[in-house]
Design a protein around this ligand. Structure first.
Ligand SMILES: Nc1ncnc2c1ncn2[C@@H]1O[C@H](COP(=O)(O)OP(=O)(O)O)[C@@H](O)[C@H]1O
Ligand SMILES: [Mg+2]
Length: 281
């Protein structure tokens, strides 16, 4: 008998449904655990074996991973990956160190220094929270007036939003790439085309998807990115810079993959379960 696999979730999205379906097809014993009902005694060894971490809430995800991993479970992805991939600044430094192209960024820790940096760097510039997803609060600063207003608001928010992460606005086709990496290969990839005039390509914002061919270059960049955060199953987001070619702008720790599965026809959920089964051996 293979060791048990659990899926830890806080919402049932198409990805979690697909895992349940794939487990039925593969005759894999899968335990669905609602993290909201979970109580963990930090000082006892856990009964959990391999846990596929699927919580949407950033804090619930990170802290339940820390608790379960510390108590002996094999959590996919690890706490290390959760911390580094969950933060765009941390990811940036790891990508740079491993030689993967990523947009140029300047970080500033007060309104005055951020405005000073923007005056020096010029506009447009993209400001984004170091922790966040679905394109929320990712904002294009077109001029000093916009920068002043946006940064003033962020200075009044939760401290994470007071870390002003200022990214070059990358010149690229009106699309980006989402690649799903499972273990040492890219399982599938899609282009996400911008919806209308929106410069952001998130499918949550209406971006449309089509198949992206997995070239040797794409595979190489994605595996390096996954290794940079010591990930096992990650979603790598890339842009095709007119100047510098493929660049990674984000690594998703608990990645959504239903669009990749739908558009490419690849059984991503099945591959995730196979990976988890082997990881538990
Ligand atoms: N520096 C940039 N230049 C041009 N477009 C960008 C840049 N950064 C992000 N985008 C666009 O905005 C989207 C959201 O940015 P991203 O960094 O992935 O944040 P999130 O984690 O919220 O998805 C990307 O998918 C891409 O389409
Ligand atoms: Mg993104």
């Amino acid at each position: 008998m293979s060791p048990p696999i659990s899926v830890l979730y806080d919402a049932i999205r198409p990805e979690e449904k697909a895992l349940v379906e794939a487990a039925k097809k593969k005759n894999i014993d899968l335990e669905m655990i609602d993290c909201k009902n979970l109580v963990i005694d930090l000082d006892k060894k856990t009964d959990f074996g391999t846990v596929i971490q699927r919580c949407v809430s950033y804090y619930r995800n990170l802290h339940s991973t820390a608790a379960l991993e510390g108590a002996g479970a094999n959590v996919i992805n690890s706490l290390h990956t959760g911390i580094y991939a969950g933060n765009k600044l941390f990811t940036h430094m790891l990508l740079k160190n491993i030689g993967v192209e990523t947009p140029y960024v300047t970080v500033a820790f007060s309104k005055d220094s951020a405005i000073g940096a923007l005056d020096r760097l010029g506009y447009p510039r993209v400001i984004k929270p170091t922790v966040g997803s679905w394109g929320r609060m990712v904002t294009k600063l077109n001029d000093g007036e916009a920068a002043d207003a946006i940064i003033e608001q962020r200075e009044k928010m939760y401290p994470i939003y007071q870390v002003h992460f200022l990214e070059e606005f990358v010149q690229r086709p009106p699309r980006d790439i989402r690649a799903i990496v499972i273990g040492d290969s890219v399982a599938g990839a899609i282009y996400r085309n911008s919806a209308g005039e929106n410069w952001k390509t998130n499918t949550h914002l209406g971006g449309t998807a089509e198949v992206c061919k997995i070239t040797a270059e794409l595979e190489d960049v994605c595996i390096k990115a996954k290794n940079a955060v010591k990930g096992q199953i990650v979603g790598v987001d890339l842009m095709e810079s007119n100047e510098r070619g493929l660049m990674v702008h984000e690594i998703n720790n608990t990645t959504e993959y239903s669009n990749v599965a739908r558009v490419t026809g690849v059984d991503i959920a099945g591959l995730i379960l196979e990976h988890a089964k082997n990881a538990g051996k």
